[in-house]
Design a protein around this ligand. Sequence first.
Ligand SMILES: NC(=O)c1ccc[n+]([C@@H]2O[C@H](COP(=O)([O-])OP(=O)(O)OC[C@H]3O[C@@H](n4cnc5c(N)ncnc54)[C@H](OP(=O)(O)O)[C@@H]3O)[C@@H](O)[C@H]2O)c1
Length: 343
Amino acid sequence: MARELILITGVSGYIGFKTMRIALAQGYKVRAVVRKEAQVESLRSHSQIARHVDNVEFVVVPDMAKMGAFDGVMEGVSVVLHLASPLAIETDDYGRDILRPAMNIESSVLSSAIMTPSVRRVVITSSAVTLIPITWLGTTDTDTTFSSKDLNTDTAGPYPNSMAAYWASKALARAHVHEFLTERKPHFDIIQLLPSVVIGPDDLATDLATLQVGTRGMVLPIVKGVKMDMPLVGTPVLADDVAKAHVDAIKSSIPGNKDYILSSDAPEGIAWNAMNEIAKKYFPQEVESGLIPCGGSLPTRKWKLDTSDTEAAFGWECTSFEETVRRLLEQYIALSRKTTTAS
Ligand SMILES: NC(=O)c1ccc[n+]([C@@H]2O[C@H](COP(=O)([O-])OP(=O)(O)OC[C@H]3O[C@@H](n4cnc5c(N)ncnc54)[C@H](OP(=O)(O)O)[C@@H]3O)[C@@H](O)[C@H]2O)c1
């Protein structure tokens, strides 16, 4: 028997698709929100969704940032999992392309939820980037351990690049939720999930090009022998764990009106160059054959995160970096072989 009706935004994305897949596998009914009609059929017919077709319905909301966009869409929904968020810029106006839509989408979700009596919880995908100002990366601090109580308030523009704008947009959106809870006292509670650097297999990737985007595209060059200069914070998390946390957060037993950091190998974090050793351990033949030649490097910016309250609330720890990399490389190798066979 199907359980509660859950609304999920961002289902066409890396984490959102996995969240929809896990929610359906656990027996929830899902109302999945996309921006374009053309996305519906490919998602509905995906092998991992098609078997649950009776429990999933798709709704097209072309402009989620428009106030009232979700009015009526939440009818009968008990929990909203809100993952949709602009990550990249499409033009050169950083403020317009990232900041305002991210804030406006969140506002339109919350304003419709407050008018929908059936909603008992809203889960929002925030980010660990909300814990610190982007300028902290340039400091020498490697000792401080950041917790879910930390919040970057240094969010004023102008922003020198799209990453700085994204960083600010997530912090402003998280702070806005805290204000909303205090000022509006909604009938539902809110959980904000703060993933760190999300990596691991992508269920929607069909070739190497679609796998090597976003954060996967930043770390996979290490095993391809590329030497990079720009450091990346050493705080990974498996995408499947992030999705699982969203579905677990549906349960009333997870305390609401709280923010939870999602990151593996906490508090010390990892060194990205360990990907070379992990590749050699699990895929010695592929390293030997040159499919993943290894020898690349990516400097690690140490960042200590306290995930103890997440582990206490959810009752599990995030999958280790070693296993995360093993699963990512498994998909990379499979798609590499597919490319070779096809050409
Ligand atoms: N990936 C990470 O490392 C990471 C880390 C921390 C937090 N997060 C957060 O996790 C969430 C999901 O990220 P992801 O990695 O799954 O990203 P993704 O693969 O790029 O997916 C983004 C999703 O948001 C939708 N979207 C983008 N711009 C939108 C807009 N203007 N209006 C409505 N929907 C829009 C996309 O829909 P279309 O398919 O229609 O474009 C897609 O469904 C985001 O909130 C992100 O900030 C990600």
